[in-house]
Design a protein around this ligand. Structure first.
Ligand code: ATP
Ligand code: MG
Length: 195
């Protein structure tokens, strides 16, 4: 499961958990993006902070791990490159999990038409994005797409950053250790997503 994770929140964790259960996956690898191509114009918390928060959020969940592959790669990250990297380890079959909002934008991703050959695409439902949007996806994407309906959790990293900036609480929206990390590092205080 890729994402900016700026910060990681319970919507991400729920989408991962439900996808894992419903599709009988062995494990989930969270892949925080290095320089997100879609978010290049907006300040995000540093890669290391986002990586640290993702580690804290998944600590103690034995099926969950965090990969540095995109963080350590120079330049922009593209899903097609990351999947190709993961496939270098033999014997793996990959599922790439997104929320519905992200899946609906897939036609703008680099070499998106190659993705179904590399992995099974999975999309979790997300409030505000009707399932009917799937009908508009390119046929080669729609064909093998697995849709996982999850309990609808109308939270986003954007809203969490705004809440921190405005001094509103984020308890129960992110894991406790993530909340503590944000507070101790003073993240998101200065404006939209800025550390
Ligand atoms: P931002 O507001 O900064 O875009 P975000 O909450 O959308 O943050 P991302 O890091 O952009 O989080 O998302 C990573 C992945 O998690 C995406 O595929 C996204 O669709 C999915 N996702 C995020 N929040 C939810 C949620 N509440 N329910 C289902 N999927 C989600
Ligand atoms: Mg997003």
């Amino acid at each position: 499961m890729g994402g900016t994770f700026d910060p990681i929140h319970y919507g991400h964790l729920l989408a991962a958990e439900e996808s894992m259960r419903r599709l009988s996956l062995d494990r989930i690898v969270f892949v925080p993006t290095g320089a997100p191509p879609h978010k290049i114009n907006r300040e995000v918390a540093s890669s290391e902070d986002r990586y640290a928060m993702t580690l804290l959020a998944t600590a103690g969940v034995k099926e969950f791990s965090v990969s540095r592959v995109e963080i350590d790669r120079a330049g922009r990250s593209h899903t097609v490159d990351t999947l190709t990297e993961f496939l270098k380890t033999p014997g793996r079959s990959l599922f790439f999990i997104t929320g519905l909002d992200a899946m609906l934008g897939i036609a703008s991703w680099r070499d998106y038409a190659r993705l179904p050959a590399l992995c099974t695409l999975v999309t979790a439902t997300r409030p505000g994005y009707p399932l009917s949007g799937i009908d508009g996806l390119p046929p080669e994407i729609r064909e093998g797409l697995k849709v996982v309906e999850i309990p609808q959790f109308a939270i986003s990293s954007t809203e969490i950053r705004e809440r921190v900036r405005d001094g509103r609480g984020i308890r129960f929206l992110v894991p406790h250790l993530v909340e503590q990390y944000i507070e101790s590092r003073g993240l998101y205080k200065g404006g939209m997503g800025q550390a």
